[in-house]
Design a protein around this ligand. Structure first.
Ligand code: GLY
Ligand code: MN
Ligand code: MN
Length: 437
């Protein structure tokens, strides 16, 4: 494990928040496709954030200012079949845990650990099997308690604390996200170069997958979208099983996962390497919307501001293209742009592609608020324009039916501004030049 100091620092902050309570943070369960054949294993993001421990059947317990890991014991027989296990000794020595015990001892030890703690920190509702185990441990602790001993009287959700921590990335996280971005950019570049009319969407997907794995990413951070023509108007199109037609655009939304961290990049380009005039008109509007959103991204602004900047440019573009009529202010007020742009311009990015942290809150009086951007936060910037074929499309814009465009980059909020740290050809000229070679 590298960067152990960062995991220790995160645990120290978490230990402090838990105080004289107790926290239980389990990792993800291994899931089976059929019989003894498992899906590729991916640890739970919260657990990974605090431990860097990669194996299933592990639980972090924080109590008394100590980090206690319950994990699988070393087992020569099992390791012969399914590979290396760290075991409890390495949990202490390699992962810096204060104590470590075999996972089989958790049920016995937990009731004792719950005694005399002011509060229990867990994520009730996240996993019903864990809810049941934790409630059973509480009951067992109550049965154990006697005068002078008590069980936690308060319940807290550690997501409140960990979400806030995860929203601001530390140096080790930023390094991993930069690497995820580099590998993802290489995959997109490879796809740009490989694209040909008649190719299947999945064959283009394979160009990305190959580059991701070749460069050491664990794979895709989310199901990749390779959407030719009108498929791009389906926001989460993931079938990727159609042929790419000459004269169409193709939208690729794909990002790799590197050491747990996601990149999230979208590019849209012509299958045959040359934008038509109509495609170019639409593309330039989305590109300008992205530039406006990026220009509105810096510390101290609220998350809705880049979105509103993008929407203004997109709505003006919709007027210019003949998709809408009326005044710009009227369109913004009535949200008439929504049939052609129906999603947010960005989301948090990190261990999860749609990372933790709130996007918008509504208080009891119905007042909405958005989070304020701070240095170290990472978010995407992904405006789009989706012109699905519809009898409601105005005559003037009928020729645009089936055009779907999104341009997505990943942004690190810096001390005074913003850094776009994903680099894939983006202007019409750059894209056409790469595709010509
Ligand atoms: N790839 C999912 C998204 O862009 O939000
Ligand atoms: Mn995204
Ligand atoms: Mn995306």
């Amino acid at each position: 494990m590298r960067d152990g100091a960062f995991f220790r620092e995160r645990r120290a902050a978490f230990v402090q928040a838990v105080g004289n309570g107790i926290a239980i943070v389990p990792t993800a369960r291994e899931k089976f496709r059929n019989r003894d054949n498992a899906y590729p294993y991916r640890p739970d993001s919260y657990f990974w954030y605090l431990t860097g421990f990669p194996e299933p059947e592990a639980v972090l317990v924080v109590a008394d200012g100590r980090s206690i890991l319950f994990c699988r014991e070393k087992d020569a027989d099992r390791e012969l079949w399914t590979g290396f296990r760290y075991g409890t000794e390495a949990a202490r020595e390699v992962f810096g845990m204060d104590e470590a015990y075999p996972i089989g001892e958790l049920a016995n030890r937990l009731p004792e650990l719950l005694l005399n703690r002011s509060a229990l920190w867990c994520a009730l509702g996240m996993d019903s099997e864990w809810d049941t185990r934790i409630l059973a441990a509480l009951k067992a602790a109550r049965d154990l308690s006697h005068p002078g001993k008590c069980i936690p009287a308060h319940l807290h959700d550690w997501r409140e604390v960990l979400d806030m921590m995860r929203m601001v990335k530390d140096e080790a996280e930023i390094a991993r996200m930069r690497r995820a971005a580099e590998i993802t950019a290489a995959g997109h570049l490879q796809a740009l170069k490989a694209c040909q009319p008649g190719m299947m969407e999945y064959a283009l997907e394979a160009e990305l997958t190959h580059e991701f794995r070749r460069q050491g990413a664990s794979g895709h951070a989310y199901n990749p979208i390779v959407a030719g023509g009108a498929n791009a108007c389906v926001l989460h199109y993931t079938q990727n099983d159609r042929a790419l037609a000459d004269g169409d655009l193709v939208l690729i939304d794909a990002g790799c996962e590197f050491e747990g961290y996601a990149a999230d990049i979208t590019r849209t380009f012509p299958v045959n390497g040359r934008f038509t005039a109509a495609q170019k008109d639409c593309y330039e509007i989305v590109l300008a919307a992205q530039a406006a959103a990026i220009a509105a991204t810096r510390p101290g602004v609220f998350l809705n501001q880049p979105h509103e900047a993008a929407v203004r440019v997109l709505a003006q573009g919709m007027l210019d293209l003949g998709l809408l009529t009326g005044s710009l202010d009227g369109i913004l007020e009535s949200h008439a742009y929504r049939p052609f742009y129906m999603h947010n311009t960005g989301h948090w990015l990190g261990l999860d592609v749609h990372d933790v942290g709130f996007l918008k809150r509504t208080d009891a009086e119905g007042r909405e608020s958005w989070p304020e951007l701070k240095p170290g936060m990472v978010l995407t910037c992904e405006p789009g324009l989706y012109i699905a074929a519809s009898p409601e499309l105005p005559e003037a814009a009928a020729g645009l039916a089936g055009i779907g465009i999104r341009i997505e980059d990943d942004l690190l909020v810096a001390a005074t501004g913003v850094e776009v740290y994903t680099h894939v050809p983006k202007s019409v000229a750059e894209i056409e030049a790469v595709m010509r070679t």
